[in-house]
Each structure stands twice: as C-alpha cells, then as structure tokens.
Design a binder for this molecule. Sequence first.
Ligand code: ADP
Length: 387
Amino acid sequence: MLKSLYHKNKTFTIGILGGGQLAKMLALAAYRLGLNVAIIEKEEQSPAGDMTKFDFPKGWANPEELQNFIKVSDLITLENEFIDPAIIEKIEEQRIVYPNSKTVRLVQDKFIQKTTFKNAGIPVPEFKSIEKYEDVVEFASKYSYPAVIKSRKFGYDGYGNATVFNEEEAKSAIQRFSLNEQRKDIYIESFVDFSKELAVMVVRNQTGEIAVYPCVETIQYRHICHSVIAPAEIDEKLRKKAMEIAISCVESINGVGIFGIELFLTKDKNILVNEIAPRPHNSGHYTIEACFTSQFENCLRAVCGLPLGSTNMITPAAVMINLLGTREGGGTPSSVINLLRHPKVHLHLYNKKSSRIGRKMGHITALGNSQTEAYNRAKSASDALEW
Ligand code: ADP
C-alpha cells in the first residue's frame, strides 16, 4: 500500500541535502506541489538556499546546523551523492531519508557500485580495484590499453578520471591520484569504444512502483555533458533494452527516489552501464518542458509516497544544451537579450555566485517536431548568450 508521507492539515517541508541547481529545480517543483523546502549546503546564497527561509548555510558537517535542518524537515532527500552515508544514518534516526543510506553506500563508491551491478547480472565494462601497481599490469595484460583509471569516490564531470594508453601513463596517473587525499582510492576499467552515450531516468517509490523516462542520448565534450537529445535516435529494441537495464540498476540498489543511469552503446550494439546517480540528473532536465511530469516532480512524488506521474513526452523531440561557463568571474551573464529573441526556447539560469570555465551555469531546452529541429533551436539560442 502506498503510504503518503504528507501530514494532514499541516505544511509539509522537504529537506534537501545540497543547494545547487538540482536542489533549485527540485524546490521549484516542490513549491508548485504546495510543499515547503529546507536547504542545507556549506555556502551562503546557494542557488536553492536563496529560495527559502529554511536555509542552513553552515552545511551538514556542522552538527548544530544539521540538527536545525532536521528539525524543520518532515522528510529528507538529496541532490548529490557525496554526503557521507554515516551522516545519512544519523539523520535516519530521526527522519526518513530517500534515497536511504544503504542505497547511497552502494552508489557512492563506484567500485562497489559496479560490483553490485555485476553481481545482479547487469552488463558493465571490465573493471578491477587497484591496490598496487601490479593490479594495473594484470588488468592491461588481460584487457589491454586504453583503460580508464577512476577515483572510487567524489568524481564529477570527469574530474577523477584518467584515460591511459600505456604503462607509463598509467604509472603517472596513479602517482597523481595518490597525492590527492580525496581521490586516492582508485580502480581501473576498460575503455569503451562507444558509438553513443545514452541515459535513462527511473523513478521508484517505497512500494517498488516504477516509472521510466524515454532513453536519451547524451553528448559529452571533455567528460562534461554538453547536450541531451530526447528521445535517442536508436532502434526501438535498443531503447527498450536500455530502459530494462536501467530498471534493474535501480532495483539492485533498492532505490527510492529518482535515478539517472548513464549507459554506453557500443559499436557492436551492446549496452553497458557506466554509472548511476541517485538523484535528479542533467540528462533529465529536458523533462521539465518535454514530459507530462518532470524528473523533479516525480522525484518528490516518489519520496513523499504519492502516485507517480506520467513520464511520456508531450512533444516528438526535445534537446537540452548546457550553458557552461566560458570565463572566471560572476555567475550572471552580461546579456540574455539576444538569447531571448529566440521565442521557442526555455532558459534556465542557476544563479551561481561565480562562473568557472566548464561550470554548469544554466541550460536551454527546445522542443521540436524532430531532434534536428529541436537541436537547431537550442543551439542558435545558446550561441546567442553573452557572458
Ligand atoms: P563523472 O562521474 O565524473 O561524471 P564518468 O565516469 O561518468 O565521470 O565519466 C565521464 C565521461 O567520461 C563519460 O560520460 C564518458 O564520456 C567518459 N568515460 C568514462 N568512463 C569511460 C570508459 N570506461 N570508456 C570510455 N569513456 C569513458
């Protein structure tokens, strides 16, 4: 039986661990559903913290701040997977957290994540943990170079990955990782010669009810997501396969909430899982305008024990393009006028305090009758933004 976690006759406050753009878009969906929002993040004026009087800018590492955040939150969710699961366990003594600490434990360490998927029979690239240099030699002799050495934790936008083509490069990558306290635990996986990268969003509630969004294509430049094409232009059979694999991933970690599953489509038409994110995901931003229910609303529905909304698209195609920082400096563009002259695009700016080269500062979504039409609309609008 679906148990709604809304209290009767009382405003319900959803606490979000993290205050970045994902929390901001979750908050926008929450307010529309009549929920209140509390944010904990270790900075003042975070994109989501700025939206609520329940803003706790000293972060969850501060026990008093965390307790104040817990006190005002009826239920807690997260916008990033980097929080220590031990802290989530502490919170769970007082409040329900979705996704829970067990799920985060299985996901946060990419080596444990891959092992969990492999044990569940889900296809992943070959991989091996690195305890000593000989592990790399053994792996390379079995699967050959190139290979990707990855930090087990705290990687994002490719920070924490090194593609290596030979022994020498592997050695120097390991040395670099070993100097970095946060990223010194590493593993190696085979380099996948993919034809496309795909992603599927899956939403699942406490009763195990599941809804799946269409399979999309994601395009990365320098390991950072540049654009998302919905739906992916691949065979119907492959789309279905990708969706089935994504569901298995979420079930294997008993996930409640929303999950982004990143996949590789290999040149011989196999699908391998790259990784899962236990939260709203960049590949699902297009759902705000292009689907009946956005990934953010469905995340809230799932964690609050409400019926899940339709994940169907309301348009034949949609394209999302990230607005990546092109300079160091303030987080606001110098002008959006030329961009907004494009009437058929949706602009999202995250209001980050500062911009860095490659940092996600906002995004644009365009709908269209075809992927090409939507792409051209989104591209010409994003080119018109002036930083
Ligand atoms: P992060 O967690 O930092 O986003 P990922 O491990 O998802 O990092 O990698 C980012 C990008 O790097 C992927 O989207 C893909 O383009 C590339 N990549 C990662 N792992 C592999 C691999 N094993 N083979 C080929 N490319 C990879």
